[in-house]
Design a protein around this ligand. Structure first.
Ligand code: SF4
Length: 289
């Protein structure tokens, strides 16, 4: 896939699924990795009004490199970049949060905790910036992995929220989330990023290997022929209208009483984690005084 093919593919996905309008203010969730960096670059090149937002979980030997690369990239491309961190927003880093999780004997992986906090901070930032859309760097491989994860966990309802635009129902209270790299394979994005010589750290997050996604990805590498990932995603798209029809409900989704984000319970997962972790850290500080 050459540069132009990839860019045309992104534009076609945006137009086919009405992901972004020309007047939209677009927040691009950037991590410093290849996918989100390529997405930010291509959307900017296509003329959309983009701002990069990155969430720093404070992962030693990883987050600093990504922040430095992003700052360099955005300054070179003249794209605004907003940096939010777990430390500033919540009062602890991911490493500190995971110490609490371990101490309490909770069966939670780092990616689960990190993902929940990142998502909530990203939504909060997007609202503060009056954004219309949040664009994420999920590619075709990511979508296939997520679908298989849902199947293996018996969570098929979660797959009804998948697709180029996420969510089961449109709801004006929540900012639209879109995946413009939906039909692009991971190796094509890597190739684009490397040939453009973007300042990107290509190594995995040191905490990723403990995740379920990592196991699925490794398993899929063993069985994959070139059509496996596209087949999974195209089949998902075929059944998506049925899944959405089946799981659709007229009821408005609940919102968290504290942060106003979509939630299945009175408090969302982020606020629940936040209470547990801050309470534990406070008790620990008191007992060490
Ligand atoms: Fe967070 Fe997991 Fe991503 Fe690492 S791989 S940044 S722990 S979500």
């Amino acid at each position: 896939m050459d540069f132009e093919e990839l860019e045309v593919n992104v534009k076609k996905t945006i137009d086919r699924f009405s992901l972004i309008s020309p007047a939209d203010k677009v927040i691009v969730a950037v991590s410093g990795g290849k996918d989100s960096t390529v997405l930010l670059y291509v959307l900017n090149k296509l003329g959309y009004n983009v701002t990069g937002v990155t969430i720093d979980p404070g992962i030693p030997g990883y987050s600093d490199i990504n922040l430095k690369n992003l700052a360099k990239f955005c300054s070179e491309q003249s794209i605004p970049l907003i940096i939010k961190s777990f430390r500033e927003e919540f009062g602890f880093t991911l490493a500190e949060a995971m110490e609490v999780v371990k101490h309490m004997g909770l069966q939670l992986k780092a990616c689960a905790v990190c993902g929940v906090f990142k998502r909530t901070l990203l939504n909060r930032s997007a609202r503060q910036l009056n954004a219309d859309v949040i664009a994420t760097g999920h590619n075709m491989d990511d979508e296939a992995h997520a679908f298989l994860m849902n199947l293996l966990k018996g969570n098929i309802k979660d797959s009804a929220r998948m697709g180029p635009e996420t969510g089961l129902v449109k709801d004006n209270r929540f900012i639209k989330r879109v995946k413009p790299l939906y039909f692009i394979r991971e190796h094509n994005i890597r190739d684009y990023s490397q040939r453009k010589a973007f300042p990107v750290y290509y190594n995995e997050c040191p905490l990723a290997s403990s995740s379920f996604r990592y196991s699925i990805r490794s398993a899929l590498r063993v069985v994959e022929d070139p059509d496996t990932v596209p087949n999974i995603v195209h089949h998902l798209l075929e059944i998506l209208p049925l899944l959405r029809g089946y799981y659709f409900t007229e009821e408005k989704p609940l919102v968290c009483e504290e942060c106003g984000e979509p939630s299945q319970n009175r408090l969302c997962q982020a606020c629940t984690f936040l209470h547990t972790i801050t309470k534990h850290l406070k008790e620990k500080n008191l007992s060490s005084q």
